[in-house]
Design a protein around this ligand. Structure first.
Ligand SMILES: [Zn+2]
Length: 520
């Protein structure tokens, strides 16, 4: 597998990205400011001939960690020493960076907030195109042209230590029981509208020291996605440290480092939190946020609720269950609900009673599980005797399917190991969409432009989150589709392996994400 991966990489021509396109413009803007502001021009000290650039050691630089001074622990005005990589507050006289430059004779520093490079203690800004790759690793920049390339042209990259990788297929550090976060991050990196939103996202002068935790999560997530897709990444892997910090903070420590949680709960919370932040900044004219436009579908729940709530009610229900004909009156109730994911139930696994072991691991097709949403058959709830059926009103561009493997009984969490068989390409859900033409309400259908547009309900898999092992001490990994090469990768924290498509369908899938096909 390892060999296969390498061969695939070597076949591709390394695509060069010209970084000067991102810094040329900044330079021009800077010049304009200088001309319009004479005072600033006097104060601004720039040099192109800094004699200390030879000190820079790229392999010790790591910009994934919290921007915090290694001496004062402050988060304000932090610089990284480009010789030893340590973070210091600075850069004026008697600051930590200034002192470090005198004590260690380390003279070149990058501002972690705006990526400008300074020489200390002389205190002049260094202008040199040779620093662009460092600036780009700190704050990767994208334009539409580069974003468009990511899914069509295989851009092959090499880290400083020689590791070869495709941008977007990078391992993530596990910071202690954070595999459940890593799989979500990796899966969301396959969602084009969300990924592109993050890559193009520009800070608009927000004061990062006084920002709402939910908005900080969005900002930090966007920065992480930029690093994961960075074709110039120095390390070939990324630490999601800052995103984990902001998840912990924004969720009031419901999700934190050191304690494995259920990724479907994290994903639900994450999408809702992200969505709330986008909605709060939405202009009034816009109906939907990017998150709603990407993930949101709608189902209709029909319930038959027993009317007879007299003292004999339970007896009647009991009698009904033993096939005695009892006249129970039902009340019909319909309710439409929006969703970000669909949950599918697995049939109970038969056990050998004596040995308490599985007879064999059962298999079931995904299409069979989806019958829950066919809108035809009512399913009765055991305790309440309410009969329910679901039908799908609309399906999103990206359909998240949650296979309900875990059940909590009185003592512990049980895992259902049933293998679910699903197609990687061309999952056809057309028959599950409620046919509005047969509803008898033609006027509404004709009036609704969206309903008359021909929409495909064929889907291709883009990510598959898997749970391996027992319910209590298992691990999560994710399989993702790399579009430019049409290859599949299995990612478990830092480990990235090229796999065959056949290996995707034989795992204990937990969360599947499908992308709707686009018809031309
Ligand atoms: Zn240093």
């Amino acid at each position: 597998m390892e060999r296969n991966h390498k061969d695939n990489l070597l076949k591709k021509r390394k695509a060069e990205i010209d970084l000067s396109q991102f810094y040329q413009k900044n330079q021009e803007e800077g010049d304009k400011t200088d001309q319009s502001n004479g005072e600033q021009q006097v104060q601004k000290r720039q040099r192109k001939d800094c004699p200390y650039l030879g000190q820079i050691k790229r392999h010790v630089l790591d910009f994934d960690f919290e921007r915090q001074c290694s001496v004062t622990l402050s988060n304000l005005n932090i610089y990284s020493c480009l010789t030893c990589g340590r973070y210091f507050q600075g850069k004026g006289k008697n600051t930590q960076a200034y002192t470090h430059s005198l004590e260690e004779a380390h003279n070149v520093y990058i501002n972690l907030h705006d990526s400008r490079v300074w020489c200390l203690p002389d205190n002049y800004e260094v202008e040199d195109a040779a620093l662009n790759d460092i600036k780009y690793n700190l704050l990767p920049l994208y334009n539409q042209q580069l974003v468009d390339k990511l899914d069509s042209e295989p851009i092959f990259s090499r880290a400083l230590d020689g590791t070869e990788f495709y941008p977007g297929c990078l391992g993530l550090n596990n910071l202690k029981q954070t595999d459940y976060v890593n799989v979500m991050i990796q899966a969301l990196c396959r969602i084009k509208p969300l990924r592109d939103f993050c890559l193009i996202y520009k800070l608009s002068g927000e004061n990062l020291n006084n920002v709402d935790p939910k908005h900080l999560l969005v900002l930090n997530f966007a920065e992480l996605v930029k690093k994961i897709w960075n074709p110039k990444n120095f390390k070939g892997h990324v630490s999601p440290h800052e995103v984990l910090q902001s998840i912990s903070q924004a969720s009031s420590k419901r999700f934190k480092i050191g304690e494995q949680k259920d990724p479907i709960n994290l994903l639900t919370w994450f999408l809702n939190t992200f969505n709330e932040d986008l909605a709060s900044k939405n202009s009034k004219g816009k109906k939907q946020t990017m998150i709603e436009d990407t993930f949101q579908g709608e189902i209709e729940l029909s319930q038959l609720i027993p009317k007879n709530k007299d003292v004999n009610f339970l007896n009647k229900i009991a009698a009904m269950k033993t096939n005695v004909d009892v006249n129970v009156q039902y009340e019909m109730k319909n309710q439409k609900t929006k969703f970000f994911f669909l949950t599918l139930d697995l049939p109970q696994v038969p056990l050998f009673k004596e040995q308490n072991q599985l007879a064999s691991i059962p298999q079931i097709p995904l299409m069979t599980l989806l019958k829950k949403f066919d809108g035809k058959s009512f399913i009765e709830e055991r305790v309440t005797a309410i009969k329910k059926k679901y039908r799908i009103v609309s399906l999103p561009k990206y359909l998240i399917i949650h296979i309900k493997r875990f059940h909590k009984n009185d003592y512990f969490i049980e895992k259902n190991p049933t293998i679910v068989n699903f197609p990687i390409k061309n999952l056809d859900l057309t028959e599950y969409i409620w046919d509005q033409n047969s509803s008898g309400n033609k006027e509404e259908v004709n009036g609704d432009k969206a309903a008359t547009e021909k929409v495909s309900y064929k889907y291709d898999l883009v990510a598959n989150i898997i749970h391996d092992g027992q319910a209590e001490d298992g691990k999560y990994r994710v399989q993702i589709h790399h579009k430019p090469t049409d290859q599949w990768y299995d990612i478990q924290d830092l480990h990235v392996n090229n796999i065959m498509p056949q290996q995707v369908v034989v795992s204990e899938c937990y969360i599947l994400i499908f992308e709707r096909q686009i018809h031309n």
